[in-house]
Write a protein that binds this ligand. Structure first.
Ligand code: ISE
Length: 334
C-alpha cells in the first residue's frame, strides 16, 4: 500500500462493477482503482480510463499485480468462489459481490481457504447493512426497543430485468433478503418453505413472484416476498414484529404528493438509485477496514450461511415441502 492508499483491483465492469469502480475512484478516501479487468475488454478499457486505472486482460493476473492491494469481485456469480479463493491465497483482502458462490459446496471451499489462511480476508457485498433505513431498524432491535423479535417480513420487488428461473431468483436476488433476515433477527434460518408463481406458463421453473416462509433457530418466523416484475419500480423494505411493537423500514424517501383527488409518491426505478448511498458507505467502510487490517462487515460465514438457506429454498421448490437449512459448525474465527 503506497502512502496508505489502497490500490484496488476491480474484476467485472458491468453495472455493479462500474458503480463500485466509480465509488472507489471518486467517493472513497484512501483508495484508488489500480486495475480493472472484464471479459469485455472494451468495457474494461472505458472504466479504466474513467478511473485512471490500467486495464488487465486476466483476473488472476490482476489479483497478482503488485499495484493491487485489495480486490473487488463483481464478475458473474459463477466466478465468485474461485476468484475469492485466489485472493485469499494471495493474502489480499477481497470484497466479493453477493452471492459468495452459487452452491453451498463452493462457499464452503471459500471458508476452508480462509480457515487455512488463519484470518478473515473476505467481505461479502450484502450492502443493505449500510442502508440507513435498515440500520435504523437494526439499531432499534439491538437497543431492545421491540423486546424479543418474533417475526421478520422482507419485501423485495424488482422491475423486470429479464426472465429469471426460481433458482436464479433465490441465489442472485433473494440472497439479499436471506442475509437481511439473519442479520436483523440475529438468528440462523433453520427451515424454509418456498412457493412461487412462474413468469411463463410453459416454463414452470421461471419466476415472476416468490413467497418464502422462514423459521429461525430462535423460534421466530418470517416471510420473504420477491417479485421479478413489480410493474411499478423497485422496492425493498423490512418489518420486524417484536414483543413490544413493530419496526418497519421506510421504502421510499420521495415526497407524498396530494393533488386532484390523488395521493402519489415516486418510487425508485431500481437498485442503483435505491442503494446509492449504501454502496458509497460500503466502499468507504471496506477501505477503512483494509487500511486498518481489521476486517468488518458481512463475512464469508454470512455468505456461506445465506447460501445454506438458499439451497434449502431450492430444495423446497423441488419437493414442495418445508426443508431444513443445516450448515457446518460455526468456526471460532467468525
Ligand atoms: C441485483 O444483483 C442486486 O444485487 C440488487 O440489489 C437486487 O435487488 C437485484 O434483484 C439483483 O438482481
Amino acid at each position: 500500500m503506497k502512502d496508505n492508499v489502497v490500490g484496488v483491483g476491480v474484476i467485472g465492469t458491468g453495472m455493479i462493477g462500474s458503480l463500485h469502480a466509480e465509488n472507489l475512484a471518486r467517493r472513497t478516501i484512501g483508495a484508488r482503482v489500480a486495475a480493472v479487468t472484464d471479459i469485455d475488454r472494451g468495457r474494461a478499457e472505458t472504466v479504466a480510463d474513467r478511473c485512471g486505472a490500467k486495464a488487465i486482460t486476466d483476473a488472476i493476473a490482476l489479483i497478482a499485480d503488485p499495484a493491487v492491494d485489495a480486490v473487488l469481485i463483481a464478475s458473474p456469480d459463477v466466478t465468485h468462489a474461485d476468484l475469492t479463493v485466489a485472493c485469499i491465497e494471495a493474502g489480499k483482502p477481497v470484497l466479493c459481490e453477493k452471492p459468495l458462490a452459487t452452491t453451498v459446496a463452493e462457499a464452503e471451499r471459500v471458508l476452508q481457504a480462509e480457515l487455512a489462511a488463519g484470518r478473515r480476508l473476505t467481505q461479502v457485498g450484502f450492502m443493505r447493512v449500510y442502508d440507513r433505513t435498515h440500520r435504523e431498524v437494526y439499531d432499534l432491535l439491538r437497543a431492545g426497543e421491540l423486546g424479543e423479535a418474533l417475526s421478520f417480513r422482507g419485501r423485495h420487488f424488482n422491475p423486470f430485468s429479464g426472465l429469471k428461473t426460481i433458482e436464479t431468483a433465490i441465489v442472485n436476488s433473494l440472497i439479499h433478503d436471506i442475509h437481511s433476515a439473519r442479520w436483523l433477527m440475529a438468528a440462523e434460518i433453520e427451515q424454509v418453505y418456498a412457493q412461487w408463481a412462474p413468469a411463463l406458463a410453459d416454463q414452470p421453473r421461471s419466476a415472476r413472484f416468490a413467497s418464502i416462509g422462514l423459521r429461525f433457530a430462535s423460534g421466530a418466523i418470517g416471510t420473504l416476498e420477491w417479485s421479478g416484475d413489480s410493474g411499478y419500480g423497485y422496492e425493498v423494505m423490512v418489518e420486524i414484529v417484536g414483543e413490544r411493537g413493530t419496526a418497519e423500514s421506510i421504502s421510499h424517501s420521495s415526497p407524498v404528493l396530494r393533488r386532484g383527488a390523488t395521493i402519489a409518491q415516486a418510487v425508485t426505478p431500481n437498485w442503483p438509485e435505491r442503494f446509492a448511498q449504501a454502496y458509497v458507505d460500503e466502499a468507504q467502510i471496506w477501505i477503512d477496514s483494509v487500511r486498518a487490517a481489521a476486517p468488518t462487515g458481512p463475512s464469508a460465514w454470512d455468505g456461506y450461511m445465506s447460501l445454506v438457506a438458499a439451497d434449502a429454498c431450492i430444495r423446497s421448490t423441488e419437493t414442495g415441502l418445508p426443508e431444513a437449512a443445516v450448515g457446518m459448525e460455526r468456526p471460532d474465527m467468525y
